[in-house]
Every structure is written in structure tokens, then in C-alpha cells.
Design a protein. Structure first.
Length: 541
């Protein structure tokens, strides 16, 4: 019996001649029905290019296949025409992309987007199509979606958007489902729900699942077999339990050892207080009617008290919409709030924008998406220099070049690259540039808002080590906002767990991680850390 998917000695190149880039070199792997096979590796290793080759979604003719074969249920796909591939895509083989909001049409309701697939492939219309849409949304755990069928994608949370994408992919009950980083930006609880759903559907529909990820925790939970890819080559493959237990290739060992580890250095005795908030609130008014009368409030931050010391990291965790990022912005006075707010000994709640401007040098922020937070038209030097110009630091151009050079070296980047542009750097390097931009002003407080969520595991570990080293050298205070509890555990001295704008649990990080008191905290910890092995040794959700 033919394998569902059989990739043999596949090569993928972009361009030709001197400009040829070999993205995939001699890759071979296979998937059986009812089986989950993972392809893991760091960014740029060739994972997504391999998957897009299966669906023939690469930018042909810029992309080409110098060699190899892709057999789907015994049929060769490499030479299939576009018309033939349209009969396979969305019908027999479907794909879930990494960024659901970028993949969904912002102008069409979720009902219309799922209906379109049913109409094109199954010729379902009217009530039959409507009933199938509701059935699919119920299948992916959105039983209340019937009341929101006409809502647009941006009106749903990240987890709900991902579920909608899965519903679309499953609309025609495909034989093969390709999931490209399906849980990267999701909270741990939503991530666990999505992974559980995919596992159940694979078994229920006897579907092959091709899982692409850089998260080895997901591979351990989900995959029957795993293929490890680096620089376009599959360097190791085998049963998941065996690969994790006895990795053979040095790169696999590197990946397995790359998870953020260790604990922060202790806070110095008598450390000065940098930031304090007392009963801080950020309420957004809900306005209705012709005269826009306030009828209620969204309580994004609702009475939070905290303090940060020199050399101290306070971790803020919670699900999407819990108020984490709003709290970070409120502490920096980037969001209007009420309640007590002090920076060192100064009451900044009553300070105006002009009074706050000199203090901006002392309090900086590093955002989640490094590429999105830098101007693509500015060089790295200009990006890092901008803060120096705003605050009048560095008398001459040469002085500023020297300051930028020094700070780039401090974050582990070659100062000789400062005249390059953001797109010329990897994700980890771009995040280092963002840290350098904040650090060049020599701040006392840095708010880190999900700074590692989109990074590979090994790059996450590097950024964690970098942040620890910088904190030790400069006695920095960090407010570390994240849904990745493993990274938080490696960095935070103290932890605050937030739900619906309120503190659910707080205390020393080790205490909260090792012995959580509240049910919500226990659920977060269970989703992030609990892995159970079944009798066969394969790790289950």
C-alpha cells in the first residue's frame, strides 16, 4: 500500500547561476495515514519551503526543483499542472499557516470564508453549506460561534483565529494536513487545546499530519516520528521517543540542549526601588447610543499593586487579553491610568508629557515583533542613534557612532554591520538590535513585552543569557511580560499571574512555579510543563 506522502531526495533552489540559493538539499521523509510526523529545525533551515513544495505554493519559476520526487498517495506532484493541484489543495491536502490573521481575509466574515471552500470543492450552497460551517466550528471547539458567524477575523482572539483556520483546513476532510508552526504565538492553555484538537482529529479522520515547528516540547507531545533539518538537509530522523532519548547528530543535541535554563542571580541586599504601582487601574469606557453615553467599562487593568528593584526581574504572565501589555504600557505612562505610580522617588502619575520626556531615557521598552518595531528604511545605526538624538546624547556624529558601536558589541553584534538594514538580519539578531536601542540610553528599567515568543528555542536561550548578563552589568530592572513560562522561569525573581486585569496569584517565582495555590495558576503551569508518557513511551498531550 502506498504511503500517504513520500518525499524522496527533494531539492529546492531559488534563482539560478551565481545567485542560486539552495534552500532544500536531498530531503527524504514520509507520512502514513493516521500518523503525525514532525519536521523540526531553526528559522531558515528549509522546513516551510519543504511543506510549500508539497502544496506547490512556492513562487515558481523563481523557485525550482533540481531533483527529487513528491508522491502523494502514489501520484507524482512535482510535474502536476496548476489545474491538477487546485483539485488536490483544500480537498485532499490542506495547510494551516503560521499567522492566522495574515491568512484570513480581513474583509469577509468567517462564515463566508469557510463557505467559499465548501462551494468550490464540494459545491455545497444554501442551508447545507451553513449547517456544515456550524458543524466545523463546533468540531474545533467553537460551539458558540453560531452567534458570531458574521464577525470579521480581527474580532476573535489569536486562539480563536487559529481554530477558524483549522476549521477551514478540515472543511473537506483532507487526507493530509500540513500545520506550519500552528501554535507559535498562542498562550500555553490555548496551545494545549489546539494540539489536543489536532491529535484527536488525526485519529478520528485517519488523517496524516505533517507538523512543522521549532518547539521541541510540541514535537515531544504530538509526533510519532521526527525529522531534524538544518541548512536544507535532514540530518536525523526516527521515532520521537528514541530521538529525544538518544540523539545521534550534533545538531539534534544542540536543539535539545537549547531550551532556556538556569535562574537569575540573587537581588543585591538593599537594592533601591525603581518602580512602584499602587492600585493601578486602566479602564476603557464602553460608549453606546447617538450621544455616545458611557454605559460601562472594560477593566483591562483593575487594581494592581507591584514594585520593582534595581537588578530585579518581575515576570507578568497570563492569557491573551488578561491585561499584561496594557499594564506594561501604563507603567511607562504610555497608557492613561489611575492609582499610585512612582519612578524611583518621583510621583509620575501627575507628571505631564513634557515632564515625562526626560524620564523616558530611564525607562525603555522592547516589543514582541522586532521587525515590526523598526523602520525598514533606517539602517541599524540610525535606529539605535535615534534615541541619542532625541535626548541630546553624543556631541558629534563620531561620538554617536562610537556609542552605537559599543552597545552593539555589548549585545553580541558585529559593529561593522551597523550600516545594514533590518531585513538583512535574522530574527534573533533583530531582537538584539532592539535591546541595543533600549540599552544605548543607559536606562534603569526595561519593559520586555513578549521579546522571545517568535524566536527559535536556541535563539531564545541566547536572548535569555544576554538579558541576564546585561542585568548583572548594569543593575537593570526588568518587567518581563510573556506567555512562555519556561522563559519566565529562567529570568524572573518574582511572578505576578493576571487574569481579566486582576492579580490572581503573586510571589517569589520559584514558589509560584513549584507550588501554585490558585486553580488558574495550576492550569497555566499544567499546560506549560506537564508531559505524560504513555506505556509505549510516546509522549501524549
Amino acid at each position: 500500500m502506498a504511503k500517504l506522502l513520500d518525499i524522496n531526495n527533494l531539492s529546492v533552489s531559488f534563482g539560478s547561476g551565481e545567485t542560486e540559493v539552495k534552500a532544500v538539499i536531498g530531503a527524504s521523509m514520509s507520512i502514513e495515514r493516521g500518523e503525525t510526523v514532525a519536521l523540526v529545525g531553526e528559522s531558515g533551515s528549509g522546513k516551510s519551503v519543504t511543506a510549500l513544495s508539497v502544496m506547490k505554493l512556492l513562487p515558481y519559476p523563481v523557485a525550482s526543483h533540481p531533483g527529487g520526487s513528491i508522491l502523494f498517495d502514489g501520484e507524482e506532484l512535482i510535474d502536476k499542472s496548476e489545474a491538477d493541484m487546485r483539485a488536490i489543495r483544500g480537498n485532499r491536502a490542506a495547510m494551516i499557516f503560521q499567522e492566522p490573521l495574515n491568512s484570513l481575509n480581513p474583509l469577509h466574515s468567517i462564515e463566508n470564508q469557510i463557505r467559499e471552500i465548501l462551494e468550490v470543492h464540494k459545491h455545497l450552497t444554501g442551508r447545507a453549506a451553513g449547517a456544515r460551517v456550524e458543524e466545523l466550528l463546533g468540531l474545533v471547539g467553537m460551539s458558540d460561534a453560531k452567534t458570531r458567524l458574521h464577525a470579521l477575523p480581527h474580532e476573535f482572539s489569536g486562539g480563536q483565529q487559529q481554530r477558524i483556520m483549522i476549521a477551514m483546513a478540515l472543511a473537506n476532510e483532507p487526507e493530509l494536513l500540513i500545520a506550519d508552526e500552528p501554535t507559535t504565538a498562542l498562550d500555553v492553555t490555548v496551545q494545549a487545546q489546539v494540539l489536543k484538537l489536532l491529535k484527536e482529529l488525526t485519529q478520528k479522520l485517519n488523517m496524516g499530519l505533517f507538523l512543522i515547528t521549532h518547539d521541541l516540547g510540541i514535537v515531544r507531545r504530538m509526533a510519532d516520528r521526527v525529522n531534524v533539518m538544518t541548512e536544507g538537509r535532514i540530518v536525523e530522523h526516527g521515532a520521537t521517543a528514541e530521538i529525544f532519548k538518544n540523539p545521534g547528530h550534533e545538531y539534534t543535541k544542540h536543539l535539545l540542549a537549547a531550551e532556556p535554563k538556569g535562574r537569575p542571580d540573587p537581588i543585591a541586599d538593599g537594592a533601591a526601588e525603581i518602580m512602584a504601582a499602587d492600585d493601578l487601574r486602566v479602564w476603557f469606557p464602553i460608549k453606546r447610543g447617538v450621544i455616545r453615553r458611557v454605559v460601562g467599562h472594560i477593566k483591562a487593568v483593575d487594581g494592581i499593586t507591584l514594585n520593582l528593584l534595581e537588578g530585579h526581574t518581575l515576570g507578568i504572565v497570563g492569557e491573551s487579553g488578561s491585561g499584561k501589555s496594557t499594564l506594561g504600557r501604563a507603567l511607562l505612562r504610555l497608557e492613561s491610568s489611575t492609582g499610585g505610580l512612582k519612578f524611583e522617588t518621583r510621583d509620575i502619575q501627575a507628571s505631564g508629557w513634557k515632564e515625562m520626556r526626560p524620564l523616558r531615557r530611564q525607562m525603555q521598552i522592547v516589543f514582541q515583533d522586532p521587525f515590526g518595531s523598526m523602520s525598514p528604511r533606517m539602517s541599524v545605526f540610525q535606529i539605535v542613534e535615534e534615541g541619542l538624538l532625541v535626548h541630546g546624547i553624543g556631541d558629534t556624529y563620531d561620538d554617536r557612532r562610537r556609542l552605537v558601536s559599543d552597545v552593539l558589541g555589548e549585545v553580541g553584534l558585529d559593529a561593522g554591520t551597523m550600516d545594514r538594514y533590518p531585513h538583512e538580519f535574522s530574527g534573533g539578531q533583530r531582537q538584539r538590535i532592539c535591546v541595543a536601542r533600549a540599552l544605548v540610553l543607559k536606562p534603569k528599567l526595561i519593559v520586555l513585552d513578549e521579546p522571545t515568543s517568535a524566536l527559535d528555542m536556541s535563539v531564545q536561550a541566547q536572548i535569555v543569557e544576554l538579558l541576564r548578563a546585561l542585568q548583572k552589568t548594569h543593575k537593570l530592572a526588568y518587567l518581563f511580560i510573556s506567555h512562555d513560562l519556561k522563559v519566565v522561569r529562567a529570568l524572573a525573581h518574582d511572578l505576578i499571574v493576571i487574569k481579566d486585569g486582576r492579580v490572581v496569584e503573586a510571589g517569589p517565582a520559584n514558589q509560584v512555579f513549584d507550588d501554585p495555590k490558585e486553580d488558574y495558576t495550576k492550569a497555566l503551569m499544567k499546560a506549560a510543563f506537564e508531559i505524560e508518557a504513555d506505556e509505549s513511551g510516546v509522549v501524549a498531550v
